[in-house]
Design a protein around this ligand. Structure first.
Ligand SMILES: O=P(O)(O)OC[C@H]1O[C@](O)(COP(=O)(O)O)[C@@H](O)[C@@H]1O
Ligand SMILES: [Mg+2]
Ligand SMILES: [Mg+2]
Length: 350
């Protein structure tokens, strides 16, 4: 019987990659793993406990919050608070950033950005959902008040990022800038075990993932790229197949393993796309880049996009290197940046 390395063992072992490490990041990743297990337990019995459906409140983005959004948010914040390695939390479900004011956290080094429950529209229908996290070092001095500088950092400043997918099995996938590793939760021992070491995304794939229901609102570059994916051409293994779950975590996880491209473009209703830069696009971009793939807004590298607001949105083209490059070519040919700037007006002309 193969003895699998647990997440805890792996984290400690990998600490040697960071000569000056004092174990803070290791403990922080441990805390995230604990919260993921607690949320997983509730998701697994969602239909039996009062955790499905709307919470009756909405977040700053005007989205109605699901009970599981709130529950997951509370569990992750509680685990980060009791673990003591996190001083600030940015969450999709909190309008402002949260300063963790416990004594031990005042001396903490790390800022955590969270999408506590990703794929909320799929909760009640038992389709895979997830949690996304991103970790930064604080910029403000320890013990001093936190500032916007702490939370509005470029994606390139991430020290770690990851996601949990609550699917047919529950997995935690993360990077600290030295490759990507995946751990599967073994419910019989309550441990995440290393099941997918050194994950890499194939440079080419045959799957494209986009909500085609918004087709008429897409910029020409995206419309043309979709047409390109659907053309018969065996040499380039086209037509590609279409897969879209409505949960970014599930679509990115499939893309990481099988290759492909996931696109959430600007639309007339959302000129900057829908997904949030700090706790959805940047962490996923870090993981996919660390796995050998690419992530941009159709023009610019996601992790170099200036962060001005907590819940700032960005369009995203992410996945296999060759496919993202091809999609970017279509964007620059048919939706040059200037064009997109005045996108709303153009729709009427198209
Ligand atoms: O229904 P749409 O517009 O295609 O949007 C689906 C996208 O929205 C999201 O559900 C947004 O995330 P949240 O569920 O965390 O708000 C993504 O997971 C998913 O990729
Ligand atoms: Mg999300
Ligand atoms: Mg969410």
């Amino acid at each position: 019987m193969t003895a699998f390395k647990t997440l805890g063992q792996f984290i400690i072992e990998r600490q040697k990659d960071f000569p000056y490490a004092k174990g803070e990041l290791s403990r922080l990743l441990r805390d995230i793993g604990i919260a993921a297990k607690i949320v997983n337990r509730e998701i697994n019995k969602a239909g039996l406990v009062d955790i499905l459906g709307d919470a009756g409140s909405s977040n700053i983005q005007g989205e109605s919050q699901k009970k599981l959004d709130i529950y997951a948010n509370e569990q992750f914040i509680a685990a980060l608070r009791s673990g003591g390695e996190c001083c600030i939390v940015v969450s999709e479900e909190n309008d402002e950033y949260l300063v963790i004011d416990s004594d031990i956290s005042k001396e903490a080094n790390y800022v955590v950005a969270l999408d506590p429950l990703d794929g909320s529209s799929n909760i009640d229908v038992n389709v895979g959902v997830g949690t996304i996290f991103s970790i930064y070092r604080r910029k403000s001095e320890k013990g001093k008040p936190s500032t916007n500088e702490d939370v509005l950092q470029l994606g390139t400043e991430q020290v770690a990022a990851g996601y949990v997918i609550y699917g047919s099995s529950t997995m935690l996938v993360y990077t600290t800038g030295k490759g990507v590793n995946g751990f599967t939760l073994d419910p019989s021992i309550g441990e995440f075990c290393l099941s997918h070491p050194n994950m890499t995304v194939p440079s080419a794939g045959t799957i494209y993932s986009i909500n085609e229901g918004n087709y008429i609102h897409f910029p020409d570059g995206v419309k043309k790229y979709i047409k390109y994916c659907q053309v018969e051409d065996p040499d380039t293994r086209r037509p590609y197949t279409s897969r879209y779950t409505g949960s970014m975590v599930a679509d990115i996880h499939r893309t990481l393993i099988k290759g492909g491209i996931f696109i959430y473009p600007p639309t007339t209703g959302a000129k900057k796309g829908k997904l949030r830069l700090i706790y959805e696009c940047n962490p996923m971009a870090y993981i996919i880049e660390q796995a050998g793939g690419k992530a941009s807004d159709g023009y610019k590298r996601i992790m170099e996009i200036e962060v001005k607001e907590l819940h700032q949105r960005s369009s995203i083209f992410i996945g296999s290197m060759d496919m993202v490059i091809k999609a970017e070519e279509f964007m620059s040919s048919f939706s040059p940046k200037l064009f997109v700037k005045s996108f709303e007006g153009e729709v009427k002309i198209q």
